[in-house]
Design a protein around this ligand. Sequence first.
Ligand code: HAM
Length: 527
Amino acid sequence: MSEQPAEKTEKAERRQFRAIKGTRDILPPDSALWNWFEQSAREVFESYNFRDIRTPIFEDTSLFARSIGEDTDVVGKEMYTWVDHEHQDLEGLRSFILLREPTFENLETVRLFNTQVKDFIRLARAGMADGTIPRTHHNERIVQDTSVVLEHYVREQVDGLSASIKDSIHKFEIGERITLRPEATASVCRAYIEHGMQTLPGNQKLYYAGPMFRRERPQKGRYRQFYQVGAEVLGPSDAPAIDAEVLEMLLTLFNRVGLAHIKLYVNSIGCKECRPKYVELLRGDLRKVKDQLKEDSRRRIETNPLRVLDSKLPEEQAIIEKLPRISEHLCDACREHFAKLKEELELRGVAYEGNWRLVRGLDYYTRTTFEVTAAGLGSQNAVCGGGRYDGLVELLGGPAGIKGIGFAIGTDRAILSIQEGGNLPKLPGLAVFIAWMGAKAYAPAVAIAKKLRARGLAVELPPEELKFRKSLGLADKLGAYYALILGEDEAASGTFTLKRLSDGQQDKLDESALIARIESELRGPNA
Ligand code: HAM
C-alpha cells in the first residue's frame, strides 16, 4: 500500500537531523585534542605577552566588505549575510505590496495598493524615528520619493508608476545587514577603534580562538564553519622585529604541538606607494598574454591582477613565472623593511623560504605576507596565513598611523595534520573508576569520589550498583587507569582495593595511602 500524504509528512517531520553541509561536530576524544591545541596556543601566546580578546561572531556586513575587499572571493561569494530586524509587520506588508498588480481599470486594486503603500511609508518613518530601522540617506530618500510618486500616481492615474513604487519599496532596508564573521582581523580592528585602544601604552598584542564562517565548497580541510586561533599586533610601530616576533611565536607553537613538515613562506607586497605602480606594470604585462590565460585569471587582470599570481592552474604556471616580480619594484622603505625582517628571522633562528607569488586573498595586506603549509592535508595545505595591514585601522575610521600585523591558524587543519602525523600527545584520561558494590559501600564511594575530584583527578562513579565483573569490564572499556574496588568489607574496615588496570596489580590501602599512591603514580616525575 502506498503511503498517504499525511504519513509522508509525518515521516519527514520525524527525519533524523544532520549537521548542516560544511559543518561538523567535534566529539570526544578528538575534542580533548582540540582543547589541548588551543590551550597550547594560549600558553605560547601569553608567554609573548599577548592577551585574549573576544569579539562577537556577527558584525555589520560593511565592516568585512570594507576590510577584506568587495572583489575578494570571501566578500563576493562566501559570506553568510542576512538582514536583521524586528519589523515582521513591515516585511509582511512589503510582500503584499510586491505581489499587487494594480490597474486603473479596477479602482479597488489601486485603492488597496495606495493604502498599503501609505501604511508602509508610515511604519517605515516611525521605525526610522525610533531607531529600529536604519536612518540612512538611502532609506530617507526612498520614503521621501515614494510618497511623492504615490501622490502623482494616484492623481494622474499613470499605471506604469506602480512598478517604480514597488521597486523603491523593494530596495528599502528594514534592518542592518549582518554577517557571520568570515575572519577576525576586521573585528579586532573594529574593537581597537571602538574602545580607543590606541591610548593604551605600547602596542596592543591580542589573540583569539573561535569559529569563522565561509560558504566554500566543503572538502577535506575546508569547512563552512571552521575554527581559527589568531593573533594581532596593533599600534604605532611597524618595526620588522614585530613581524619577526609574531613569526617566531607561530613557529614556537607549531613546534610545541608537533606539527610535521611545516614550511613558512614569506613575501613583501609593498605599500600604497609602490604597489599601485607594480600592479599597473603587472596588468600591462598580463594584458599582453591575456589570450593564453583562463577565465578567472583574465577577469582578474582588470579586477585584481595580483591574484593572478595565486593561480594553481598548471597551464598558467610558465606564463606567471615570466611576469615581473614585486621584489624588484618595492620602494626603498619597503625593501629595507623586508631586508630587516629577513635579518631578524635569521637572528631568531626562524627558518623560512621567500615566495614572490604569495599575495594572499584578502585586500588589507601591505608589506609582509606569509603562509605556513603542513603535511597530510592534500590540496588545502595552508595551515596558517597572515601579514601586515598598516592602513586598515584608518580605513575603518580609526586614528591615522596605526599599524597592524597578525595571523590566523586554521585549527581544523592543524589538528588534521597532527592526527595524520600520528605524533599525538598523551592526554590525561579517566584516572579512577569506582567499582562500588553493596548499599553500605555507596556513601564511602561518594565521599572518596569527591575527595579525588577535588584533587583534579577524573573520576567515574557509576550511578547505579553494578555486578563486580560488569563494573571492571566498564572500567576497562572507559580506559580508566585504576579501578577502585569498594565492597561492603572494605566499607566496614575503612579501606579500598586499588587495582591498576594495565597489569592487574592491586593493593588494599587506607584513604591517605590511597591518595598518595594515585597522586605519585599519575602526577609523579615518571607519570
Ligand atoms: P586566511 O588565509 O583567510 O587569513 O585564513 C587563515 C587560515 O584559516 C587558513 O590558512 C586556513 O588554515 C584556515 N581556513 C580558511 N578558510 C578555511 C575553511 N573554509 N576551512 C578550514 N580552514 C580554513 C585570515 O583569515 C586572516 N584574518 C589572517 C590574518 C590575521 N591576517 C592578519 N591577521
